[in-house]
Design a protein around this ligand. Structure first.
Ligand code: PMP
Length: 431
C-alpha cells in the first residue's frame, strides 16, 4: 500500500469510535494492548481474511477459535444457505437441535444431556447456576487467568489470601456477587488443598479451563488436574470443565480426553457453532435434570438452538470427525511451532512454544509458564513489536500476549512456511 492512499481501516476506526464504545463490540479487538489501528475485515476465505484496504492476512485467530475448518468451508456454507431459506428463528423446537445434541453427546462421553445457548458466557453462567442449584451450595472456585465469559460471579481476581474474598475485575459487579468466588493460582496444588480444607463442604463447584487459553497457553500438570477431580468427588462439589476454547479443537473429544479427567458438567462453544452464535453446557443426566422445565434451575433463550446456527454447527462437527482430521491439524500446528522455534533460536531470541491439536501458544521466554503471574512476566513491549511486525508482513495473531492462537484445516504448508519466514525476519529485529 502506498503511503498516499488513505488508510480505510483508520477511517472506519474513527467512524466506529463515534458510535460504538472504543469502536469495537468486544474489547480485545480495539488493539489497546498493542497500539495501532484494528483491521476491519471485509471478507474471509479459507485461512485468509482481507481488511478494508484489501490487504490479505493469514488468520491465526479464526474468530477466536470457531473457524477450525477455515472460513467459508463449502459443506458448511451449503448447510447454512439451505437453513436460511427454511427460516431464521422459530422459538419452537426443531429436529436439528436434537441432531446437534445427539452429535455432541456422541463425541463427548461425559455429556449425557445438553442444553444449547447462544454464547460461551451464557453457557458458563448457566453451568454455575446449575452447579449451585444441584448442590444447594453457593461457593465456587475458579483459577486466576482462566476466563469463562463475563458473568458477574466470574469476573473476579484473587484476594489477599484464601480466607478473604476475591475482588471484582470489573466496575458494576457488586461485592456481594463475588464474595462466594474463591480464586486460586493455576497449577498450585498446595493452595488447592488448602482451599478445599477451608471451604470444601460449602463448595458448589470448581470451574477450570482444561488447557488455559486465556493466559496464552498453559497446561495443568496431570497431578493438578487429577487432584481437582478427586477433591471435588470427596467433598461433593461438581467439576465444571470449560471447553469453550479447547472442545473439538485440541482433540475431537476435548481437552478432558487429553487429561483423562471426567467432569460433571462441560461448557462448550466456538467450534460447535462453526462461527455462528451457538454454545452449550451439558453433563451427567442426574445433574442436567435440575434444569427447567424438569427441575428448579431456570435457564432460557429466545434464540437458543437457532436453526441457522445449529445447521452451521452440525456441518462443522461432521467435517471434524472425518478420519485423519486431527492428525493433519496437529501436524500443521507442530510445523508452525517448530518453524517459529528454529527461527527464534537462530535469532537468539528467548522463545518457547506449546500446542495441542489446532491450538497453540508461544512465549518470549525460555521456559513455559505454569500460571498467570508467570505469563505476565513476558516482555510486553517486545511482544507488541512482534505483533506489528507480523501484521505488517500479512500474518494476523491475537493482539495481546495472553491469548492463544489457532490453526485451521485450511492453512496450507505454504501458508505456514510463509508465516515462519515473516516471523524469522521480525525475530532478527527483536533479539
Ligand atoms: N470460556 C472460555 C474458555 C473462553 O475462551 C470464552 C471466550 N473466549 C468464553 C468462555 C466466553 O465465550 P463467549 O465469548 O462466546 O461469551
Amino acid at each position: 500500500m502506498q503511503t498516499s492512499t488513505p488508510d480505510q481501516n483508520q477511517i472506519l476506526f474513527e467512524r466506529a469510535q463515534r458510535v460504538i464504545p472504543g469502536g469495537v463490540n468486544s474489547p480485545v479487538r480495539a488493539f489497546r494492548a498493542v497500539g495501532g489501528t484494528p483491521r476491519f475485515v471485509q471478507r474471509a476465505q479459507g485461512a485468509y481474511f482481507w481488511d478494508a484496504n484489501d490487504q490479505r492476512y493469514i488468520d491465526y485467530i479464526g474468530s477466536w477459535g470457531p473457524m477450525i475448518l477455515g472460513h467459508g468451508h463449502p459443506a458448511v456454507l451449503e448447510a447454512v444457505q439451505k437453513a436460511v431459506l427454511e427460516g431464521f428463528s422459530f422459538g419452537a423446537p426443531t429436529e436439528r437441535e436434537i441432531e446437534l445434541a445427539e452429535e455432541i453427546i456422541k463425541i463427548m462421553p461425559s455429556v449425557e444431556m445438553v442444553r444449547l445457548v447462544s454464547s460461551g458466557t451464557e453457557a458458563g453462567m448457566s453451568a454455575i447456576r446449575l452447579a449451585r442449584g444441584a448442590t444447594g451450595r453457593n461457593r465456587i472456585i475458579k483459577f486466576e487467568g482462566c476466563y469463562h465469559g463475563h458473568a458477574d460471579a466470574l469476573l473476579v481476581k484473587a484476594g489477599s489470601g484464601l480466607a478473604t474474598f476475591g475482588a471484582a475485575t470489573s466496575a458494576g459487579v457488586p461485592e456481594t456477587v463475588v464474595q462466594d468466588t474463591v480464586v486460586l493460582e493455576y497449577n498450585n496444588l498446595a493452595q488447592l488443598e488448602e482451599a478445599f480444607a477451608l471451604h470444601g463442604s460449602e463448595l458448589a463447584c470448581v470451574i477450570m479451563e482444561p488447557i488455559a487459553g486465556n493466559m496464552n497457553f498453559v497446561r495443568p500438570t496431570p497431578a493438578f488436574a487429577q487432584r481437582i477431580r478427586e477433591l471435588c468427588t470427596q467433598h461433593g462439589a461438581l467439576l465444571i470443565i470449560d471447553e469453550v476454547m479447547t472442545g473439538f479443537r485440541v482433540a475431537l473429544h476435548g481437552a478432558q480426553s487429553v487429561l483423562g479427567v471426567e467432569p460433571d458438567i462441560t461448557v462448550m462453544g466456538k467450534v460447535i457453532g462453526g462461527g455462528m452464535p451457538l454454545a452449550a453446557f451439558g453433563g451427567k443426566r442426574s445433574v442436567m435434570e435440575h434444569i427447567s422445565p424438569l427441575g428448579g434451575v431456570y435457564q432460557a433463550g429466545t434464540l437458543s438452538g437457532n436453526p441457522v446456527a445449529t445447521a452451521c454447527g452440525l456441518a462443522t462437527l461432521r467435517e471434524i470427525q472425518k478420519p485423519g482430521f486431527y492428525e493433519a491439524l496437529s501436524a500443521k500446528t507442530q510445523r508452525l511451532m517448530q518453524g517459529l522455534q528454529s527461527a527464534a533460536d537462530a535469532a537468539g531470541l528467548p522463545f518457547c512454544t506449546d500446542s495441542q491439536g489446532g491450538m497453540f501458544g508461544f512465549f518470549l521466554m525460555n521456559e513455559l509458564p505454569q500460571n498467570y503471574q508467570q505469563v505476565m512476566k513476558t516482555d510486553g513491549a517486545r511482544f507488541n513489536k512482534l505483533f506489528h511486525g507480523l501484521l505488517d508482513g500479512g500474518v494476523y495473531i491475537a493482539p495481546a500476549l495472553y491469548e492463544a492462537g489457532f490453526v485451521s484445516a485450511a492453512h496450507t504448508d505454504a501458508d505456514i512456511d510463509q508465516t515462519i519466514a515473516v516471523a524469522a525476519e521480525v525475530f532478527r529485529t527483536l533479539a
